[in-house]
Write a new protein. Structure first.
Length: 246
């Protein structure tokens, strides 16, 4: 915490540069001289300095003022009038000093209010940016979840096409039983259980032109068989639309 003298010296140094003495410049000068300080710790001495800057107090006198000496000689009434005049002059000086102190306090308050308004606007902007970023992150997370589900179901359908027979039909129930246990277990953690109905829906949306397998919906349960020309390197087409699993 700076002493009164340190704050006064800092104000004098700033004044000596020809710049306007402000709270910010005095703080900067003190910190330049490695003196710990804050707005609160310099407020009172700086206010007094600002009030007294340029103010020349009337010097204390050990003898009576000139107006009083002129009336010495037994004229008590005139001496009294001169004393009253001197007292009024000193009172005017005090009033002037108090007015300057008030103005200095107002200047410091204005500086503090301006900084508070700037900080408030910056905080509002940061909150708005955070809200936008939070929304964007939420959308990205949804997209990542969707992409992971799509990739998983592409692997499931690829495995199914691998073991689908070309010359005979296989029901969705038989397909569900043939799915590798590792995929069936993964389905429970990524999405939902690989039921025949779910497998049927995912297969229908992934082969829109019947290029890789054929569907027969006659009878109690849908049936599939692989068409000639499929190889493990043949890419599956993308789903027709964004699909919610299940």
């Amino acid at each position: 915490m700076p002493t009164h003298e340190q704050v006064t010296d800092a104000a004098e140094r700033v004044h000596g540069t020809g710049e306007r003495v402000t709270q910010g410049r005095v703080l900067a000068d003190l910190r330049l001289h490695e003196i710990g300080c804050s707005q609160r710790t310099i407020a009172e001495p700086l206010r007094l300095w600002l009030a007294r800057h340029g103010h020349h107090a009337r010097p204390a006198r050990e003898v009576l003022p000139d107006p009083l000496q002129a009336v010495l000689g037994g004229f008590g009434a005139r001496v009294w009038d001169a004393a009253i005049a001197e007292a009024n002059a000193r009172l005017d000086e005090q009033r002037t000093l108090l007015e300057r102190e008030r103005e200095a306090a107002g200047r410091l308050l204005d500086e503090t209010q301006i900084r508070a308004e700037i900080t408030s606007r910056e905080n509002e902007e940061l909150h708005a940016r955070l809200a936008r970023m939070t929304g964007e992150i939420a959308e990205l997370r949804k997209e990542v979840v969707h992409l992971r589900r799509t990739e998983f179901w592409d692997r499931v359908i690829r495995e199914i096409v691998e073991f689908l027979p070309e010359g005979e039909w296989m029901t969705t129930g038989e397909i569900a039983r043939r799915v590798p246990p590792s995929l069936a277990k993964e389905a429970l953690t990524r999405d939902k259980e690989l039921t025949p109905g779910r497998i049927h829906r995912q297969m229908r949306i992934r082969d829109t032109h019947g290029r890789f397998y054929e569907l027969n919906e006659e009878g109690e349960e849908p049936r599939y068989r692989r068409l000639p020309g499929w190889t493990g390197m043949t890419p599956l087409p993308p789903p027709r639309r964004k699909q919610r699993s299940g």
